[in-house]
Design a protein around this ligand. Structure first.
Ligand SMILES: NC(=O)c1ccc[n+]([C@@H]2O[C@H](COP(=O)([O-])OP(=O)(O)OC[C@H]3O[C@@H](n4cnc5c(N)ncnc54)[C@H](OP(=O)(O)O)[C@@H]3O)[C@@H](O)[C@H]2O)c1
Length: 323
């Protein structure tokens, strides 16, 4: 099968190649998925580049990557099932998360797959899992967004942000998105009630306060973010920027340390991959409350270009590789 492979850390253009390799063998609890589309996200760029160095200590390989084929989210068609698999059969259209998604076939645990949303294309379904989990868990579990609350999504046009805006709206919030000028209309089109163009105006400048702030852009100071929160508001730090070692982790640590001593709640989190939440995302799409935003699709042979673009951190929604 054709697959994008990686044998060392470095820039996607330097270390990713398109190769012919054997199809993965499935274990008894796994499904062989004929991948039709694979989502990309900043996590792919981090694992491919090996930066920040902290990521290498998180089990991805110290000197070189452990996984030969990158890619963590996909949608496709079941080609074969392991002996213990009960939920799926050959021909089912599924989506989910797993290793080695940038390939024509991937071996994926039954527990990491769900039948595709009935109204979604392979590209849309592949764009859902990782960014969708992050947005859902940020809004529902960390910010605990309630009907009528004011929510600010910073980085509203990105992979996580486009889901966060739509999911916050589905919880009945009044949503303000923050983006650059070229993305103002996109952010409005996915349901944001207000948009702040950060090239013209900064948050907290207009005197507006929010019950929850979801920060995916990661480049504002804690004090600036706190000034835009209500006295009991919740800040959820989703992403950080800067530094080859820790990439903005210092700000997250400071937020967690300060939080117990103030009335505002400041926190961060690492999203969890769960089948229950994959079902929630599927239902949000089927109910029309969430529509994945696809910036661009790339052929598998152009996978390195897709991951390089993700690393620039100005995607308009998600970049998807199609097989
Ligand atoms: N905690 C977790 O478990 C978890 C999981 C997934 C991702 N993340 C993190 O979440 C962050 C976002 O990921 P993503 O996939 O959404 O990235 P992305 O698709 O690259 O989106 C980043 C967005 O940030 C916006 N942006 C850039 N500079 C900005 C600024 N100064 N002010 C406001 N917005 C700005 C960009 O919009 P413009 O083009 O309009 O500037 C872009 O839409 C990353 O740091 C990633 O590591 C964390």
């Amino acid at each position: 099968m054709k697959a994008i492979t990686q044998y060392k850390y470095g820039s996607p253009a330097d270390v990713l190649e398109l190769q012919d390799i054997n199809r993965p063998e499935i274990k008894d609890d796994q499904v062989l998925v004929e991948v039709r589309a694979a989502g990309t996200h900043i996590g792919d760029w981090l694992v491919i580049s090996g930066l920040p160095y902290l990521i290498r200590l998180m089990g991805f390989g110290i000197l070189k990557p452990k996984n030969r084929v990158p890619g963590m989210e996909m949608a496709g068609v079941v080609k074969a099932v392991g002996a213990d698999v009960t939920e799926f059969k050959e021909g089912d259209e599924v989506f989910g998360w797993g290793k080695g998604a940038f390939a024509e076939y991937a071996a994926v645990s039954e527990d990491a797959l769900v039948l595709m949303p009935q109204n979604a294309s392979f590209e849309q379904a592949a764009a859902l899992p990782i960014s969708g989990f992050t947005a859902l868990q940020a809004i529902r579990d960390k910010a605990e967004v309630q009907q009528g609350q004011k929510v600010l999504v910073i980085g509203a046009s990105g992979g996580v942000g486009t889901y966060a805006v739509q999911i916050a709206k589905s919880y009945g919030a009044e949503v303000t998105g923050v983006s650059s000028t070229r993305n103002v209309e996109l952010v409005r089109s996915i349901g944001a009630d207000h948009v702040i163009d950060y090239t013209k105006e900064e948050i907290a400048e207009n005197g507006q306060h929010y019950d929850a702030i979801i920060d995916t852009a990661g480049n504002r100071s804690l004090s600036q973010l706190r000034r835009a929160l209500t006295p009991r508001g919740r800040l959820v730090i989703v992403g950080g920027t800067g530094g080859r070692w820790f990439m903005g982790v210092g700000r997250s640590i400071r937020a967690q340390m300060l939080s117990p001593f103030i009335s505002q709640s400041l926190g961060t989190f690492i999203s969890k991959t769960t089948k229950e939440d994959l079902v929630v995302l599927k239902e949000l799409v089927e109910s029309g409350k969430v529509t994945p935003v696809i910036d661009r699709t790339y052929a598998l042979s152009d996978g390195a270009e897709a991951v390089s673009k993700v690393g620039e951190r100005h995607s308009q929604g998600k970049l998807v590789i199609t097989m």
